[in-house]
Design a protein. Structure first.
Length: 430
């Protein structure tokens, strides 16, 4: 790479505009550390005239990002549009084919098309870097690719979404409902103002666990049908009951090799207040790897927002400027294998089950008899009557049981007149 390096930024949302400013303000520092003189020669977004936090140079603005490559010599492209397909995929593919290095925070794109894009980067001997796609400013991907590269990792898990972690923490601290805390998160910029669904339903964390899994286990990105649940059904009542039991609710992403099979999931978990993961609060993320010979490694930091994301984007830039052409997933695409999926029916946990029922005789025995039928043994029952409204809340903590048993057990409650709402299920993290 020449001393002068031409950069294009496509996508000028929160992250893109923050990155633009960082590159301009750190130009000298980057030159001192790498010997390279970076120049932003092209920027692109849908709207040229949108009011932005930082002043941008409209002379280098392109409405059509594909035109950039026809008119400018580009060495490095930053893609921060954020779509899994459409223009995001098109521009990244086009850049790699033109032998342009690509840096992106786009987890949806990498989780869906990472294998194909990695192959394209390797074929054209350029870098595809995506450190910022998982856990914001935490250098977890580089740690796995480089720092832990000679370790055999068998498990990676953690809190991978700052929005949901903030909501769950704040519900406990403020005693406010999910809906109220979500509005607060939107005002603070922790949740999308329009549609925060991809954070809340677990999809965002799931895209990240797929990337972490592929890197940790040297496998292709899995297309397995996995358990993916978000936090939309967690009520303040659940947070309070959990707290009385010495537990907290956390949305965890988990990837593990079990009997040479790949297990991946994202769902809310009840974890001990005394555990490390139980004390990662607010918008913080934490990723834990387990491997040999290193044992357990923990990385924690801010997982969302333009600052932490830009920190990871610049770390990818420094790596490229220092002349490292690397395999995007740590090893050659040809050596990355598919692995047989673990049967989710055999996934086993202790469970927290909350029932809202009519306060009448026989309802509790209906539930316990059904538990017994599916060989689910009870550890603890908490019954709270609401005499005024002739209702009751029944919370049952079970011993370990399998997913298939739970599904069969719950199926009856969709149409039982004595059960007022479909039961809430939260798995206890073992």
């Amino acid at each position: 790479m020449n001393k002068n390096v031409n950069i294009a930024i496509v996508g000028l949302g929160q992250v893109g505009i923050y990155l633009y400013n960082e590159l301009k303000s750190k130009k000298r520092e980057i030159e001192i550390k790498t010997g390279k003189n970076i120049n932003i020669v092209a920027i692109s977004a849908k709207n040229r005239n949108k009011k932005r936090r930082f002043k941008i140079n409209k002379k280098i603005f392109y409405s059509n990002p594909l035109k950039i490559f026809k008119e400018k010599k580009i060495d490095i492209l930053f893609e921060s549009i954020g779509q899994s397909d459409g223009i995001s995929k098109k521009i990244v593919e086009y850049a790699l084919k033109k032998k342009v290095n690509v840096i992106t925070p786009n987890k949806a794109l990498i989780a869906k098309h990472g294998d194909k894009l990695a192959k394209l980067a390797e074929k054209n001997k350029v870098n595809l870097e995506f450190e910022a796609s998982v856990a914001g400013g935490i250098p977890i991907l580089r740690t796995i690719k480089e720092g832990l590269s000679t370790n055999k990792i068998n498990k990676v898990y953690g809190i991978l979404n700052g929005t949901t972690n903030y909501i769950l923490s704040e519900m406990e601290n403020s005693n406010e409902t999910f809906e109220k805390v979500l509005q607060k998160a939107q005002k603070l910029g922790y949740a999308e103002p329009g549609n925060p669904k991809l954070d809340l339903n677990g999809f965002d964390a799931f895209a990240k666990i797929k990337i972490l899994s592929a890197l940790s286990f040297n496998t292709k990105i899995s297309k397995n049908n996995c358990i993916m649940e978000g936090i939309e059904n967690i009520k303040l009542q659940d947070i309070k009951i959990a707290s009385q039991l010495g537990l907290r609710v956390k949305l965890l992403g988990i990837a593990e090799i079990v009997k040479n099979q790949l297990f991946e999931t994202v769902h809310p978990c009840l974890v001990s207040k005394n555990s490390y993961i139980g004390n990662v609060n607010g918008v913080m993320n934490a990723v834990i790897t387990e491997g040999r010979p290193v044992g357990e490694s923990v990385l924690q930091g801010e997982g969302a927002g333009p600052g932490p994301t830009s920190s990871s984007l610049l770390s990818d830039l420094m790596s490229i400027l220092l002349g490292n052409i690397k395999y995007p997933f740590g090893i050659s695409s040809n050596k990355r294998k598919s692995i047989k999926p673990f049967n989710n029916n055999n996934y086993s946990n202790s469970l927290y089950l909350r029932f809202e029922v009519k306060d009448k005789q026989g309802v509790l025995s209906l539930i316990t008899n059904r538990l017994s039928k599916f060989k689910i043994s009870v550890k603890r029952i908490i019954q709270t009557p609401d005499k005024k409204n002739k209702k009751a809340t029944i919370v049952i903590i079970t011993h370990k049981t399998t997913e298939i048993n739970v599904r069969n057990f719950l199926s009856i409650f969709k149409k039982n007149k004595n059960i007022l709402k479909f039961p809430t299920l939260i798995r206890l993290y073992n």
